[in-house]
Design a protein around this ligand. Structure first.
Ligand code: ADP
Length: 256
């Protein structure tokens, strides 16, 4: 039996297919709510599993745009989905730091992977993937290259502004005054980390800590967060898929 989880995000769409508790296929499309992204992610995952829509026993949708996915048998909040997905990836995780395209969440889990409480920043682009996107655009480099550049930094450039628009001006003046690009990139990663660390400290950080969401792929942000929080952070290459995985697990739990 196949179970589908689809995460309709603000910037991306993710789909995971489970054959019972095994991941049978996954797909990620860089287009989120209001686009053909969710449909494309679903079709790609089905094709990768050699299956058709008729093979799906149950489909659960999550993410900011979950209500727009008409093929869902169930819906589940992003917080619950990230809790379930991360508990599957890291059974010992008690704190999940999820940084997506337009928000950041810190989710506390109990030993069974159920959400105990959470804090969230969805009011401001600083401390989210949007901040990195704006800065990558100023630097004219692909977002995926930020990690490698940050690793080459000698001293992270201080970026003190908490507002994305002012921070953008700071980055431009750092570049104009000759600060090496890797130092500027490390400063950008540290800025995201310090915003999210402040959020995490507000709610308390319980080990094991893991990261999910697209920004988790950036080792520069992960390392800066480890420094800011003083704890190691577990990371899986499936980090961006954790919400879709949680939704698929929810569908499986419901119908199995
Ligand atoms: P959403 O579910 O809100 O669409 P995701 O968890 O899919 O968000 O994450 C998307 C965000 O992750 C985007 O802002 C994107 O720029 C960022 N992102 C994707 N890949 C990387 C990367 N390698 N390094 C840093 N940020 C990344």
């Amino acid at each position: 039996m196949l179970f589908a989880g689809i995460d309709v995000g603000s910037t991306t769409s993710k789909c995971i297919l489970l054959r019972d508790s095994e991941i049978a296929a996954s797909a990620l499309v860089d287009m989120g709510i209001g686009t053909a992204g969710p449909k494309e992610a679903y079709s790609q995952a089905l094709a990768a599993a050699g299956a058709g829509p008729e093979d799906i026993t149950c489909c659960a949708a999550t993410g900011y745009g979950r209500a727009t996915w008409k093929g869902a048998d169930l819906t589940i909040s992003e917080l619950t989905a990230h809790g379930l997905g991360n508990h599957f990836l890291f059974p010992e995780a008690r704190t999940v730091i999820d940084i997506g395209g337009q928000d950041a969440k810190v989710i506390h889990l109990d030993a069974d992977g159920r959400m105990a409480n959470f804090v969230m920043n969805d009011k401001c682009a600083a401390g989210t993937g949007r901040f990195l996107e704006v800065m990558a655009n100023v630097l004219r480099i692909p977002i995926g290259d930020l990690e490698v550049l940050a690793a080459q930094a000698e001293h992270a450039a201080p970026i003190s502004s908490t507002c994305t628009v002012f921070a953008e001006s700071e980055v431009i003046s750092q570049l104009a005054s000759g600060t090496p690009v890797p130092d500027v990139v490390a400063g950008i990663c540290a800025s995201v980390a310090s915003r999210v660390a402040a959020l995490a400290k507000r709610s308390g950080v319980k080990e094991q800590v893991c990261m999910s969401g697209g920004v988790a792929q950036n080792g520069g942000v992960r390392r800066a967060l480890e420094q800011a929080l003083g704890v190691p952070i577990a990371y899986s290459p499936q980090a961006q898929m954790a919400g879709a995985l949680g939704a698929a697990l929810h569908a499986w739990h419901r119908l199995s």
